[in-house]
Structure formats: C-alpha cells, structure tokens
Write a protein that binds this ligand. Structure first.
Ligand code: HEC
Length: 117
C-alpha cells in the first residue's frame, strides 16, 4: 500500500473518520448469539468489521499493514486484547482505529486470531 505523505495529524484523523463512516452496520448481537464456537464468532466479526480493509488474513485482504495470518504466534492474547480494546491508548496516533468492542466481541476476535497460527 502506498504511504501517502500526510500533512497533519488532523488530515489522518479525517481519513480515519471517513473510513469509519463507511463501516457497514455490524450485526454484532446476531453474531454473538449464534450457535457457533467462539472462534467462528470471531471470524464472523472480523469479516463484519472488515479488518481486511487494512490487513491480510489468510487468503484475503490488503497488504502494507501487519499481516494477521500468523499473529497468534507473535502476539500474546492479553496484549492483543488490550490493543483491540483501545489502540490509541496503547499507541497514540496509530492509524488503526479504536472500534469500541464489547467484552464478548473481544473474546471472540482474540480467540479467532489465535486459532490461525
Ligand atoms: C484503518 C486500517 C485498519 C483497520 C480497519 C484495522 N487495522 Fe489493525 N492495524 C492497523 C495498523 C496500521 C496496525 C499497525 C499499528 C501500528 O504499529 O501503529 C494494525 C495492527 C493490528 C494488530 C497488531 C498486529 C501486529 O503485528 O503488531 C492487530 C492484532 C490488529 N491490527 C487487528 C485488527 C483487527 C482484528 C481489525 C478488525 C476489527 C483491524 N485490525 C482493523 C490498521 C488497521
């Protein structure tokens, strides 16, 4: 992915806000209440939140930002959870948005990412 030369933090923030605005309505309750394993729910959430807009995961996605296919080997679940909970707190100014996941969403997404290895 080309790295544009951002003129200011505000410009970056504007683009992130724009991207978040494109986010479809995520049917999170439906996903979390489905009769499915934690891992399957996590996979559905990753799909619904369109993490592949910025990450390669397995077969699909975009490269340029960290690939998540083998993230389970690299990152401890506790760190991953903290990261997903509040990216801006872990790394202020990071391009990855803070999604505001609920605890059950975090459990499922971390379980899924760690099942990939
Ligand atoms: C707008 C782009 C964008 C979206 C959408 C996005 N990410 Fe990220 N993500 C990033 C960037 C950029 C980094 C690297 C952060 C840094 O070092 O500043 C990152 C890092 C990560 C990391 C740490 C990986 C590592 O190797 O350090 C994880 C885990 C992660 N993202 C998971 C997700 C998940 C799960 C989703 C979907 C819910 C998601 N991301 C959506 C941009 C994005």
């Amino acid at each position: 992915m080309p790295r544009p030369e951002w003129k200011s933090e505000q410009e970056v923030a504007d683009v992130v806000a724009f991207l978040l605005g494109l986010k479809r309505d995520v049917p999170k309750e439906k996903i979390l209440q489905a009769k499915a394993s934690e891992i399957e729910k996590g996979e559905a959430l990753v799909q619904a939140y369109d993490c592949r807009a910025c990450h390669t995961i397995g077969e699909g996605g975009v490269s340029g930002y960290p690939e998540l296919t083998h993230v389970g080997r690299k990152i401890r679940p506790e760190w991953e959870r903290r990261w997903l909970q509040d990216t801006q707190k872990v790394k202020p100014g990071t391009f990855m948005p803070t999604f505001g996941f609920s605890d059950p969403e975090l459990d499922a997404i971390v379980a899924y990412l760690h099942s990939l290895n």
